[in-house]
Design a protein around this ligand. Structure first.
Ligand code: UT7
Length: 337
């Protein structure tokens, strides 16, 4: 059963995104600057990843600061006051601190005093996972308004001496406000999956309960992201393609019914390979990886916000959001704007 069918049963309400927002730090870090930091070239980075520049948050900005900016913009777009927010979910792997949750800091910044708040850890799939969790709360009537945010300050977990990873990542945040709206179908269907047997291929090994912070973990640079790039690449292409087909099948739709696919932005070659596999024309796939790099859970909501604000998708259009990340985790969703 897809989400729209659940909605038609009457017990579960359809859930729409009624406003989006995004925040990108001002500071642009170019490939030319990275050439001076590690043994790499603009040419290598552009041909292997498609990335030309990325944003870097200020030292005094934590993930919650980026998240709150995106959240504020989404609330404005939705015409919702902070005190009307019942729930804040932040998908992130760069939480402000071990605890409290980043979502609690966001609550305080937004003065959304009536919300309950929690973080969700699903790496690059964090926003799609969080949207589905928020959808379920709104669909059942448990909450009226959910604010869902994907936000990352990846620059602090990037090893700026490791050329195999440091060229890829950036900072940013994106947000969406969820509500049930009379006459709108909103989120039509979702698929989610995980494969914990491949957890070692992508993650931050140090600083948690497995390898608590110590002089040794610091010396071994275990507090930075580690990635087996080639393996991750293969899984990302296959899994995001499959998840897209699965969610369309679940909703009984074809690509003819879809205005745009908005995939996680990790590498232009991954996005192009997915487009080729699915037989999608170039203009049906949203791409902004050249400007922001991989912002983990923030990539999909930033791309969605830009697609809406630029008019590339309009009210009534159907889009597919699809993401893949460490865990492994993946998720795909069809929604009617
Ligand atoms: O968010 C979801 C998770 N992330 C992803 O989806 C990212 C997945 N992976 C990738 O995007 C790609 O695998 C990378 C961009 C990370 C790497 O591209 P690749 O085509 O898989 O390159 P590679 O790792 O096979 O490296 C090719 C060569 C190696 O040299 P040798 O062994 O052939 O001599 C690397 O050492 O390129 C070298 N290399 C670099 N050279 C210049 C690796 N990084 C760099 C660099 N500059 N920055």
């Amino acid at each position: 059963m897809n989400n729209a069918e659940q909605g038609s049963m009457g017990l579960i309400r359809p859930v729409s995104i009624i406003g989006t927002g995004s925040y990108l730090p001002e500071r642009i870090l170019t490939n030319a600057e990275i050439e001076k930091m590690v043994d790499t070239t603009d040419e290598w980075i552009v041909t292997r990843s498609g990335i030309r520049e990325r944003r870097i948050a200020r030292e005094d900005q934590a993930t919650s600061d980026l998240a709150a900016e995106a959240g504020r913009q989404a609330l404005e777009a939705a015409g919702v006051a902070p005190e009307e927010v019942d729930q804040i979910i932040v998908g992130t792997i760069t939480q402000d601190m071990g605890f409290p949750s980043t979502a609690c800091f966001v609550q305080n910044l937004l003065k959304a005093r009536n919300a309950h708040c929690f973080d969700l850890a699903a790496a690059c799939s964090g926003f799609v996972y969080a949207l589905e969790v928020g959808r379920q709360f709104v669909a059942t009537g448990a909450v009226r308004t959910s604010l869902v945010i994907g936000a990352e300050k990846l620059s602090v977990v990037t090893d700026w001496t490791d050329r195999t990873t440091c060229v890829l990542f950036g900072d940013g945040a994106g947000a969406a406000v969820l509500r049930s709206v009379e006459g709108q179908r909103g989120i039509l269907g979702t698929v989610m999956g995980s494969d914990g047997s491949l957890a070692d291929l992508l993650g931050i090994p140090g600083g948690g309960s497995r390898h608590p912070a110590s002089t040794k973990t610091l010396e071994d640079r275990m507090h930075y992201m580690k990635m087996t790039g080639k393996e991750v690449f293969k899984h990302a292409v296959r899994t995001m393609s499959d998840a897209t087909l699965q969610v369309l099948k679940k909703c009984d739709l074809t690509f003819d019914d879809i205005k745009m696919v908005i995939p996680h932005q990790a590498n232009i070659r991954i996005i192009q390979a997915i487009g080729d596999r699915l037989g999608l024309p170039v203009d049906k796939v949203f791409i902004n990886v050249e400007k922001y790099g991989n912002m983990s859970s923030a990539t999909v909501p930033v791309a969605l916000d830009q697609a809406i604000r630029s008019g590339r998708v309009k009210p009534g259009d159907r889009v597919v959001l699809v993401a893949f990340g460490g865990g492994f985790t993946w998720g795909a969703m069809v929604l009617e704007i």
